[in-house]
Design a protein around this ligand. Structure first.
Ligand code: FAD
Ligand code: EPU
Length: 336
């Protein structure tokens, strides 16, 4: 029988370590247990929870929180170039990445050391060091709560964008992702165009490139600038890097020649970390909430900050970036 807990604290289930309660809480490790949980609970709003590393709870959750614990890694088939792997949505993302690296397969090495579960990777199309999740996705199986059936999603069905997908928009909280199938290269194609990787590989004195060397380099870089959630509560980048029109960028570049930006054809992505840093927030602390001293894009909970504290702190940052640069920041973290 599925266990339903009432008024459960979620402090240990979110990496910001915010202490709020869920009205009901359950776990599932198979489609059968998920359906069992859902059949006992009617007319409640539902939140599928992975590792809680991209969520800010600002109040008690007046609904049913269901923690995804679906496991399993299966090699489905292969062709000349690719191997296709089906992974349970509740598998730990980084452990799965290392599994593929031990096999020598290519595609996930740049996405090493991102906290959370496999099933959450498509939600915001996780990205790091020049690679996004969408580049490896083959298929998703997801359960539709209302229709009570499993639906398949191909890459194009997911409408991926920068930190965005159909699951954050028109299908927001309508599906539980059950598993994900990725296609990985049997002969990896390395992507070390992101500057910091090349420098790190040199530092590590790597003579022959491999997916393991790239993964290790990424782990070193990330450990040097991002706080470990086991030590300091946080949810990674709190804001997205804002995308502005070329004219806005030119105006800012005239005023601030040092501005950090990544131009593409029509638009320019600005570094939110740089903008926040320039407003003097880096290392600032108010009570138990602060702007991380090594990366201004990351907000941290020094102990007992509430979700509302974090939210208000983030609003002040958004206001000052708007006042100084006339640029609107958008939160990356899911605020509930
Ligand atoms: P959760 O926080 O549990 O959930 C996030 C959202 O996805 C919620 O809306 C939830 O309902 C939904 N969801 C989760 N699982 C499912 C499912 N199975 N079915 C349906 N909906 C689901 N992100 C990046 O993109 N790049 C980075 O480099 C990066 N670095 C980070 C570094 C640190 C230190 C931290 C703390 C976070 C970082 N993140 C990064 C953010 C985060 O790790 C990712 O967004 C990750 O994919 C979240 O996984 P999760 O399982 O913790 O999701
Ligand atoms: N910078 C500053 N001050 C700061 C922070 C950054 O000036 O306090 C400038 C520096 O010039 C630095 C540049 O911004 O070189 C870029 O910083 P960084 O390489 O740390 O990357 P980011 O743009 O801040 C993004 C992602 C991260 C991802 C890294 C690496 C977003 C919102 N964030 O951060 O993703 O790991 O690139 O690819 O796109 C996350 O989403 O949670 C996350 C951590």
């Amino acid at each position: 029988m599925a266990q339903i807990e009432l008024n459960t604290s979620l402090r240990n289930y979110n990496t910001f370590r915010i202490d709020i309660n869920a009205k009901s809480f359950a776990r599932f490790n198979s489609l059968e247990t998920l359906e069992e949980v859902l059949s006992t609970q009617h007319n409640q709003k539902i939140l599928i929870l992975g590792g809680g590393s991209n969520i800010l709870f600002t109040k008690d959750y007046e609904g049913l929180v269901i923690k995804n614990e679906m496991k399993g890694i299966t090699e489905m088939h292969e062709d000349e170039e690719y191997v296709f792997i089906k992974v349970g949505a509740g598998e730990n993302w980084h452990q799965f990445v290392r599994y593929t690296i031990d096999k020598g397969w290519g595609g996930l090495e740049n996405l090493s050391f991102i906290p959370g579960t496999v099933g959450a990777a498509p939600i915001q199309n996780i990205g790091a060091y020049g690679v996004e999740f969408e580049s490896v996705l083959w298929n998703i199986e997801a359960y539709h709560f209302e229709d009570r059936r499993v639906v398949n999603f191909t890459k194009s069905d997911c409408e991926f964008g920068y930190r965005n997908s159909v699951f954050k928009n028109k299908f927001n909280q309508q599906f539980a992702i059950l598993n994900v199938t990725v296609q990985l290269r049997k002969s990896p194609k390395f992507n070390i165009s992101y500057g910091a990787i090349e420098k790190e590989l040199e530092k590590m004195n790597i003579k022959s490139l491999s997916v393991k060397a790239i993964s290790d380099a990424v782990i070193h870089i990330r450990s040097s600038k991002l706080p470990d959630p086991a030590v300091l509560g946080n949810a990674g980048s709190f804001f997205k890097n804002p995308i502005v029109e070329k004219e806005t960028y030119e105006r800012l570049k005239n005023l601030y020649p040092q501005i950090v930006a990544y131009p593409s054809i029509d638009e320019v992505k600005l570094s939110a970390g740089w903008l926040i840093d320039q407003c003097g927030w880096k290392g600032k602390r108010v009570g138990d909430i602060g702007c991380y001293e090594k990366q201004a894009l990351v907000l941290v909970n020094y102990g007992n900050a509430s979700g509302k504290d974090v939210f208000h702190f983030s609003e002040k940052i958004m206001d000052s970036v708007w006042e100084k640069f006339n640029v609107k920041l958008e939160r990356e973290v899911n605020v509930l």
